[in-house]
Ligand binder design. Structure first.
Ligand code: NAD
Length: 500
């Protein structure tokens, strides 16, 4: 192959698939219809397992269980301290099963096993530990009130039954990011993992039973978006839906909420994030950051820096360095510890990314490196860099969700900001510069929910994360996420027997 190296076979042990059924009210069950779907190994296109295909009837059953657990069960009535104890036990169990969970995400989603072991699963556990620490610190305010005769205060109460609909690119982190704050808040829930990657969610369901959550608090319904997902979005007895996925489906979720019970809606959607490299940047570091930002997790990451803008004085040097460095970006089996990039998640995604690459070639962009599928087995694609991009090109405007970079040159800081903001999305952005004035001005001028300066993917449990514009309407992580599963109740009463 022309760029990247393709390495040999797998080295780590494949996981045994123990859980394939829906998890409702503390039990693993077949779908009411008896139907199943196949989950596929993207390394070779082979079937890993048949998974219960949940539909409306199963969602109804799961919502009934969650509703009962919320209205009559102990979970929302426990002290925060007691909820924290169970969430902490869950965290311990996740930590004890890191290898197995990382292997499930690797075989199901083509994600690097080592990265799962070192990053994704520890980060998932971290979310549970973090929100366990917050569960007993949820409180309202004592109000000053404008009328001195009134005593007023607020309570923060759990929103109720939550539907979580999650994507396939980070199955473990997405599960934890949504489930952990909702649990700490005292909510009960129905989780629908993506149909491409259901395996780890079912393992998390199994661990939840072992941790001692009351039945019905966490339910997992595997199945497709148009069936199980749609049933959650339009359900009359779900109080909130928390969705991460594409902007198109996000729109459908909002419509379904509007035409059903006006449930609250949190959306984390797509992106086309810019990385701006200014001419005082260290060329070597900037090139490394650009490759990492665009090709990490095979480009299947909503915050990928898929548009890289380099200031003209160092443009040629940065480009040359990236082209040199990408040769070491090894594409291969996700279980091989030398791989830096595994296969795309499935055939559909593989074909979609390759078709964008064809568009890039046909629209006149210059292919600097990559541009091809790798091998005839599995869904591997070369890390691909296009230069001479114009703003009307499809590959510049649309989210590709694969290892494809659009590279552009800019002259002034103002032009760089304008280019960065020239998108309907606003999820994240990166800035590479040593100049504090540039950093401060650009950070404040970019319309995005997350800005990384001289770094990329600097996620932190304490740092709220979410999009501006069409990238979403909420924040996950940090205390903002906990708040999104709570609602505020205002209480007022006369202080004395005086007229109020
Ligand atoms: P997707 O929107 O196709 O699917 C996401 C989830 O929604 C899946 O569980 C799917 O089954 C379900 N779904 C599909 N159609 C549905 C419907 N009509 N009703 C209810 N549910 C439905 O997205 P994807 O392809 O799985 O993930 C990729 C997208 O997710 C990208 O656009 C990416 O940017 C975005 N994403 C965003 C973030 C973020 O934090 N902002 C994180 C990860 C991924």
């Amino acid at each position: 192959m022309e760029n990247g190296k393709c390495n040999g076979g797998a080295t780590a042990k494949l996981p045994e698939i123990k859980f394939t059924k829906l998890f409702i009210n503390g039990q693993f069950l077949d779908a009411a219809s008896g139907k199943t779907f196949e989950t596929i190994d993207p390394r070779n296109g082979e079937v890993i397992a048949k998974i219960a295909a949940g539909d409306k009837e199963d969602v109804d059953l799961a919502v009934n269980a969650a509703r009962h657990a919320f209205d009559h069960g102990p979970w929302p009535r426990m002290t925060g301290f007691e909820r924290a104890r169970i969430i902490n036990k869950y965290t311990d169990l996740i930590q004890q099963n890191i290898e197995e969970l990382a292997a499930l995400d690797a075989v199901d989603g083509g994600k690097l096993f080592q990265v799962g072991k070192m990053n994704d699963i520890p980060a998932a556990a971290g979310h549970f530990r973090y929100y366990a620490g917050a569960a007993d610190k949820i409180h309202g305010e004592t109000l000053r009130m404008t009328r001195p005769s009134l005593f007023g205060y607020t309570l923060k109460e759990p929103i109720g039954v939550v539907g979580h609909i999650i994507p396939w690119n980070f199955p473990s982190i997405m599960f934890a990011m949504k489930v952990a704050p909702a649990l700490a808040a005292g909510c009960t829930m129905v989780v629908k993992p993506a149909e491409q990657t259901p395996l780890s969610a079912l393992f998390y369901a199994h661990l939840s039973k072992e941790a001692g959550f009351p039945d019905g608090v966490i339910n997992v319904v595997t199945g497709f978006g148009s069936t199980a997902g749609a049933a959650i979005a339009s359900h009359m007895d779900i109080d909130k839906v928390s969705f991460t996925g594409s902007t198109d489906v996000g729109r459908k979720i909002m419509q379904a909420a509007a035409t059903s019970n006006l449930k609250k809606v949190s959306l984390e959607l797509g992106g086309k994030s810019p990385l701006l490299i200014f001419d005082d940047a260290d060329v070597n570091k900037a090139a490394e950051l650009a490759l990492l930002g665009c090709f990490y997790n095979k480009g299947e990451i909503c915050v990928a820096s898929s548009r890289v803008f380099v200031q003209e004085a160092i443009y040629d040097k940065v480009v040359a360095k990236m082209v040199e460095k990408v040769k070491d970006w090894t594409v291969g089996d996700p279980f091989d510890s030398t791989s830096r990039q595994g296969p795309q998640v499935d055939k559909k995604q593989h074909e979609k990314v390759l078709s964008y690459i064809e568009h890039g070639k046909n629209e006149g962009a210059t292919l600097l490196t990559g541009g091809n599928a790798i091998g005839d087995k599995g869904y591997y694609i070369e890390p691909t860099i296009f230069a001479d991009i114009t703003e009307d090109m499809k590959i510049y405007k649309e989210e590709i969700f694969g290892p494809v970079m659009s590279l552009m040159k800019f002259k002034t800081m103002e032009e760089g900001i304008k280019c960065a903001n020239n998108t309907k999305y606003g999820l994240a952005a990166g800035i590479v510069s040593q100049n504090v004035d540039v950093i401060n001005t650009v950070s404040r001028s970019i319309k995005a929910g997350v800005i990384w300066v001289n770094c990329y993917f600097a996620f932190d449990l304490d740092s709220p994360y979410g999009g501006y514009k069409m990238s979403g309407n909420c924040r996950e992580s940090g205390m903002d996420a906990l708040d999104s599963y709570l609602q505020v109740k205002s209480i007022a009463m006369p202080l004395h027997n005086s007229p109020w």
